[in-house]
Design a protein around this ligand. Structure first.
Ligand code: PGA
Length: 259
């Protein structure tokens, strides 16, 4: 089955509203309309930038989605500082990153939190916000050799209680922590090994049909120079791009590699 690649830019905590509008406009200017037939593209800016960035793309009729970097699972209430699924929905978010390793390590997010967020996004009221679930091992786990089991456990935990219908909307991003922001990319073979294992894990949960449709991204120092070879791997369906998504030229370079 052929899967449509997804290139998602994770801006992390970068770009004020003014800066975000400029970058979104530059990306929009370089994006050719017919590319959208071959590749799905999303940018995931900080919460405050979501609406302004969405407005740029809407005004230009550019088929680039916006995604959030996080969400809270409760529908509303006394949760100071949090953002609900309904709030993201009203802005028109198509995606939401969940369980990024920076959230897990810096903000104490657990596998259980990730699961609650995934279920909140996929719940009946969700209206198509697809979670981009991030998984990936530390250098210590890789060196010790148990990285496949580690990633498998993260996938199983994230998808606990998720139905077959819901699972079809899930995107999984394999992001080895040792490759994030370090300039040290996983080799295509290393990335493929884990992405194939993720697909096998999804297949064990939901069967081959669902597993063959789920998009699995690679993330970790991916850029226009290495994107080609990574995406040539059979189980890598795109990328979650950090540093290289912060300039229009390098982000568009990665998008072109997926065409
Ligand atoms: P990087 O970040 O491309 O800067 O390594 C990727 C990510 O953290 O999503």
């Amino acid at each position: 089955m052929s899967r449509k690649p997804l290139i998602a830019g994770n801006w992390k905590m970068n770009n004020t509203i003014g800066e975000a509008v400029v970058l979104a406009q530059e990306i929009s200017n370089e994006f050719e309309p017919d590319w959208a037939e071959t590749v799905d593209v999303a940018v995931c800016p900080p919460f405050v930038d979501l609406k302004p960035v969405k407005t740029v793309f809407e005004f230009d009729r550019t088929k680039i989605a916006v995604g959030a970097q996080n969400v809270y699972w409760e529908p509303s209430g006394a949760y100071t500082g949090e953002i609900s699924v309904a709030m993201l929905k009203e802005i028109g978010c198509g995606y939401c990153i969940v369980g990024h390793s920076e959230r897990r390590t810096l903000f104490g997010e657990t596998n259980e939190d990730v699961n609650l967020k995934v279920k909140a996004l996929l719940g009946e009221e969700r209206d198509a916000i697809d979670p981009i679930i991030c998984v990936g091992e530390s250098l210590a786990v890789r060196d010790e050799g148990s990285y496949l089991e580690f990633v498998e456990a993260e996938v199983n935990a994230a998808l606990a209680g998720v139905s077959e219908d819901e699972a079809a909307h899930v995107v999984i991003a394999y992001e080895p922590i040792w490759a994030i922001g370090t300039g040290r990319t996983a080799t295509p073979e290393q990335a493929q090994e884990v992405c194939a294992h993720i697909r096998a894990t999804v297949s064990a949960l939901y069967g081959d049909d669902i597993a063959e449709g789920v998009r699995i991204l690679y993330g970790g120092s991916m850029n226009e120079g290495n994107a080609d070879l990574l995406m040539a791997q059979p189980d890598i369906d795109g990328g979650l791009i950090g540093g290289a998504s912060l300039a229009a030229g390098s982000f568009i370079g990665v998008v072109k590699a997926a065409l």
